[in-house]
Each structure stands twice: as structure tokens, then as C-alpha cells.
Ligand binder design. Structure first.
Ligand SMILES: Nc1ncnc2c1ncn2[C@@H]1O[C@H](COP(=O)(O)OP(=O)(O)O)[C@@H](O)[C@H]1O
Ligand SMILES: [Mg+2]
Length: 459
């Protein structure tokens, strides 16, 4: 009986060898046939887990056709095995593709059993790649990636608050994805088809913030040649996202509070009161309660803004998600890179996991972009990411080391138990006093009387 049944296998060729197909099917492979890239796309394999891939390079593909297959060959979740006519006759594009993407290749005539065995290995190798764990749950339509318990908790929070129309405050360190979360809430809410207007309160000079938020009438100030609606008004019907709300000057805070209480704004230089229907989502990386205590933030505004709360986890709290995100970011960088980037070295993956990420996902994106430009041979190493190589785990002890450690421990404990009486120690250990002295010397164990006559064994 075959242990594997229905393992998906892409068989890409212009002519599918019937004997080979029969054998592979008997071995538990579920064959998915494709002649070219169009056929592969028609298979609609977006959410498939890891699969095997068999590419026949002996069936007469043109260089262009091979080139078109490259994005499929580069997929992390497919383990590719090639079949080639004659090793010496390989064209340059074939050599390149085989070297970059294939786990192995075989010359024809090749043994089907050998091929089936190699495909099993290729799938095993694909399974080891971090991106292979990028499952349906981790890749969400709103572009947020996360599989870890902290992110699953965040996604549940987003789902709950998006059913309400009350203000939400998103807290979290800089670069954790607060804006992404705000957009996700908007897109899952009943206001989804309406505008989402973001205002970064830290990026707009305080003197301009009022006119940006509330708009102005013609002639309100020098240069106000015509009426301009503010961002609050532009968000009518939709969501207003106030990013870095902790940096909003007190003057604007007072006007914003008035708007939240009345649902109406007045443009600068105007007298007309305009009713605006928006849902407010705000975000901050600062501790607003401390800002209130320091009188930099209005307590009454704070209570208006944080009817519902969402806390964005820091990247260092997301364990395996760091590698998921890294692989996802690298995939998007690959598309713009003039060089071919194969992936992260094992040391780089460990360095990514070990770093504490004070700048969170934004820092991760920047380091990977930098590494993609700097790396050599297409492999990203810790130095390319500007990270320290991780401390390698020490190797497990050899038998000799384990014996020595056990011997030292037994002698030390016997010395302590028997209060320096070496005759008793030797007897307890079943060795002569001469042997005991030798062992104590070898293990650097010394006896010295403590102040209260207690024996301290040092070493
Ligand atoms: N969970 C995530 N999945 C994918 N990309 C993310 C995630 N979190 C953050 N990012 C990306 O990180 C960058 C910073 O996110 P942003 O929302 O601007 O952070 P913040 O507003 O908290 O400073 C953006 O490019 C964003 O797309
Ligand atoms: Mg932000």
C-alpha cells in the first residue's frame, strides 16, 4: 500500500508520457496536466499547499515559453524536478532555470521509480521553505499577514469593531500596521464603498492642520482664493482616519471635540454649519493617558475617541509571523529586482527571528529592501540585512563530555554531602583516596573551610 495518496503533482509538458503518468498515478500522485503557463494559470492554484512539479525540458519548449514559466518555477510552494534530453545539449535558458529553481533533474530515458522518488524529495524540500507555511489564514484579502495567536486576536478584534459605527482607537508601536488595520476595519464595515480619508496629524504643520481638517471659505486668509473642503468633509459617508492623534495640537483637539459632539463643522472663515457623517478611527503610538496627565491631550477628547479599542501587537511578539512577513516582503521585492534573489540563508532566517524589531514591520521592509540590493549570489545573509549573525546553538555534548560532566558533578556533590571527610567521600563513590585526589585535581575542585566551619567546595 502506498503511504501517500492524492498528492498533487503538476506535470508540465507538451506531450505527457502515458507510461510515466500511469506509474506516477499508481504511486499516489494526483496528476494536474499543463502544456504552458496559460494552462497553469487556468488550474487556479492560488491557495494550494505544497505540491510537486515535473517539467519536461525535452519536449521542445521555445526560450520564450520557458521564460513564461519562470514565475511558476520560482514559487516557493512547488518542489520542481526536471526531465532533460541530454545534459550536454542544454540551452543557456534551460541551464539557468535548472540551476535556480530545481531540486534535481534527470536525463531520459529515466526510470519512473527514480522520478517518483525524487518528486517525493522535492515536495519535502518545498515543505521546508518558510513561505510554504503562508496558508490561506495568513494571507488575508486586506493585505494583512499573520498567523500567530496575537495576530489572530487582532483579526477577531477588527471583525468585531467593524460591525459597529462608534469611534475606534488603535494603539501600538510605530510600524506595526495601524493604518492597515484602520483600512481593514473600514473595508469590513458598512461604509466600505465610501471614502476612507487618512490624516497624519504628525506630518501636517500645526498651522495648517485646522484648514486641512475643516477646510476654508474664499478669502478666509491671504491666498484662500476659493473655497476648499477639509478632510473631514471629504470623508462624508465614510471613515476618517486620524493617524498619530497624540501629536494633534490642543487648538485642533478642541475643534475636533466640538465636531464629535455636534456632528457639524464650520469651515475656516465661514459661519455656515455643515453636517458631516463620518466614522472616526484614530491611531497613536504614544501613551495617551500619560499625555493627558502631562496636559498635552484633552481627557474629554480621549474618551470620545476610544469607545472601542484595538491593540496592534509589536512584531517581536509575533514569533513565526516574522518569517512569513519576511518571505512575503521578499517576494514583492523580487518583482522589482534586476538580479535574481533566491532567498534567505539559514543564518539570516535565524537572525530575523532573533532581532527585537524596534521599528516593527516598517523596519523589516526596509532591511529586506536594502538586503535585496546588497546581497551577492542571490542569497541574503545576516550582514546584508545589517543584523548580527545569530549565536549558533552549541552542539550537543559528545559522550566523553557528558561523562566528564557527570563525573565532576558526582564528586562535587559527594564532597558537599560528606563535609570534607575524604575517606567517606571515597567510600561513597567506591574509589580509592588516591583516585579521589586525582579526580579533584582534574576537575579543579578544592576544599576550603568557610567562616562557620562549613565546607565549601569550590570549582
Ligand atoms: N500584518 C501586516 N502584513 C503585511 N504588511 C504589513 C503588516 N503590518 C504592517 N505592514 C506594512 O508595514 C508598513 C507600516 O505599516 P503602517 O500601517 O503604516 O504602520 P503604523 O501606522 O503602525 O506606523 C506598511 O507598509 C504596511 O503595509
Ligand atoms: Mg502610521
Amino acid at each position: 500500500m502506498n503511504a501517500y495518496i492524492n498528492r498533487p503533482l503538476l506535470y508540465v509538458s507538451l506531450r505527457h508520457d502515458a507510461t510515466r503518468c500511469r506509474y506516477l498515478a499508481q504511486q499516489g500522485w494526483q496528476l494536474l496536466f499543463a502544456n504552458n503557463r496559460r494552462d497553469l494559470e487556468a488550474l487556479n492554484l492560488r491557495d494550494e499547499p505544497v505540491l510537486g512539479g515535473l517539467l519536461d525540458l525535452d519536449c521542445g519548449y521555445s526560450d520564450t515559453e520557458l521564460e513564461e514559466l519562470e514565475p511558476w518555477l520560482a514559487r516557493q510552494n512547488i518542489g520542481w524536478i526536471g526531465v532533460v534530453g541530454n545534459g550536454d545539449m542544454l540551452s543557456d535558458p534551460m541551464r539557468k532555470l535548472l540551476g535556480l529553481y530545481f531540486v534535481d533533474y534527470y536525463n531520459i530515458p529515466c526510470d519512473s521509480a527514480e522520478l517518483a522518488h525524487a518528486l517525493g524529495h522535492a515536495v519535502g524540500m518545498a515543505n521546508l521553505r518558510p513561505a510554504a507555511t503562508l496558508t490561506r489564514d495568513a494571507l488575508r484579502p486586506d493585505g494583512m499577514i499573520g498567523n500567530c495567536p496575537a495576530m489572530q486576536g487582532l483579526f477577531r478584534g477588527i471583525e468585531k469593531v467593524s460591525k459597529w459605527d462608534t469611534p475606534v482607537l488603535i494603539s501600538g508601536e510605530s510600524g506595526t500596521g495601524k493604518e492597515l488595520a484602520a483600512r481593514a476595519i473600514h473595508c469590513a464595515s458598512r461604509r466600505a464603498g465610501q471614502p476612507f480619508i487618512a490624516v497624519n496629524c504628525a506630518a501636517i504643520p500645526p498651522t495648517l492642520l485646522m484648514s486641512e481638517l475643516f477646510g476654508y471659505e474664499r478669502g478666509a486668509f491671504t491666498g484662500a482664493v476659493k473655497r476648499k473642503p477639509g478632510r473631514i468633509e471629504l470623508a462624508h459617508g465614510g471613515t476618517l482616519f486620524l493617524d498619530e492623534i497624540g501629536d494633534m495640537p490642543l487648538e485642533s483637539q478642541t475643534s475636533l471635540l466640538r465636531f464629535l459632539e455636534t456632528g457639524c463643522i464650520e469651515r475656516l472663515g465661514g459661519t455656515e454649519s455643515v453636517a458631516v457623517d463620518v466614522r472616526v478611527i484614530s491611531a497613536t503610538h504614544v501613551d495617551l493617558e500619560a499625555a493627558i496627565a502631562a496636559e498635552r491631550f484633552r481627557g474629554d477628547l480621549y474618551h470620545r475617541l476610544c469607545v472601542l479599542r484595538v491593540k496592534q501587537p509589536a512584531l517581536r511578539e509575533r514569533d513565526t509571523d516574522i518569517l512569513l512577513l519576511a518571505e512575503h516582503i521578499l517576494n514583492s521585492v523580487r518583482g522589482h529586482s534586476p538580479e535574481h534573489i533566491k532567498g534567505f540563508s539559514p543564518a539570516a532566517l535565524r537572525a530575523l527571528s532573533a532581532h527585537t524589531w524596534p521599528g516593527n514591520v516598517r523596519e523589516l521592509i526596509n532591511r529586506i529592501r536594502h538586503a535585496a540590493a546588497m546581497c551577492e549570489d542571490g542569497i541574503i545573509k545576516p550582514a546584508d540585512l545589517d543584523l548580527q549573525p545569530p549565536v549558533e546553538p552549541s552542539h550537543p555534548p559528545t559522550l566523553a563530555e557528558a561523562r566528564e560532566a557527570a563525573e565532576r558533578c558526582a564528586v562535587k556533590e559527594a564532597l558537599q554531602r560528606n563535609h570534607e571527610r575524604l575517606i567517606d567521600v571515597a567510600e561513597e563513590l567506591g574509589i580509592s583516596r588516591v583516585t579521589l585526589f586525582r579526580m579533584m585535581r582534574e576537575h579543579k575542585l578544592q576544599i576550603r573551610k568557610g567562616e562557620l566551619g562549613m565546607v565549601c567546595v569550590q570549582g
